[in-house]
Design a protein around this ligand. Structure first.
Ligand code: HEC
Length: 188
């Protein structure tokens, strides 16, 4: 009896150990990819905001951000890609797929009840295929310029945005809100 219990423990432990290692590896890979994307977008946003205020930044986001994201994606190693998604998306290209929407919903529920979220969440979606989620928050006051309620948004910038995205859902946020997530798709 003792022997059986012991061998079961060993098997369970080795399985946990294996998946923890994979988990860690996948998270590290995802983190590096998100850092690259996040940094690039942030740098351009800052430059445009500084050079021409919210209107120029909004023009940049609407016209150029997508191309830059595409360039960054092309620079990743094979099998890795990064995108942003939100249940309240502005760009229809950021609409989550059904499985992604389910995870986002889980994150929103967890955030509403526990007020905190894991830094990253790894989901195995197939054999050697993972999706890693990193929550995005409205972490700066400046986000409200284009994602806040009517009384805090920049009117001119938002006019441009609304013209480009007539079905925009990405407004009415407050500082600290969960906005969506980066999703890193990794095929090993
Ligand atoms: C100058 C206006 C502006 C500011 C400031 C701004 N955004 Fe956006 N944001 C946009 C536009 C326009 C899009 C859609 C274009 C695109 O896909 O990049 C967008 C898209 C997004 C998306 C992708 C999901 C979607 O809805 O399409 C996320 C996530 C996001 N913004 C988060 C933020 C956060 C967090 C901040 C503050 C750090 C911020 N934004 C500041 C204009 C802005």
């Amino acid at each position: 009896m003792k022997k059986i219990i012991l061998s079961t423990v060993v098997v369970v432990m080795s399985a946990t150990f294996l998946s923890a290692t994979t988990n860690k590896e996948i998270k590290q890979e995802a983190k590096a990819a998100i850092m690259k994307m996040g940094k690039t977008l942030k740098m351009h946003m800052k430059q445009n905001m500084k050079a021409g205020g919210p209107v120029q930044a909004a023009t940049f986001c609407s016209d150029k951000a997508r191309g830059i994201a595409k360039e960054v994606n092309a620079g990743y190693e094979k099998g890795v890609s990064v995108k942003r998604i939100s249940l309240k998306y502005r760009n229809p290209a950021d609409k989550p797929t059904a499985d992604e929407a389910k995870v986002l919903q889980e994150l929103h529920t967890a955030f509403d009840t526990k007020k905190s979220l894991p830094k990253m969440l790894v989901k195995e979606v197939g054999k050697n295929h993972y999706k890693v989620y990193k929550p995005i928050f409205i972490n700066k006051g400046v986000c409200l310029t284009c994602h806040g309620a009517g009384d805090v948004r920049d009117e001119k910038a938002y006019k441009l945005i609304k013209a480009k995205y007539p079905n925009d859902k990405a407004i009415g946020y407050k500082k600290g809100d969960l906005r969506g997530a980066f999703v890193v798709d990794i095929v090993k």
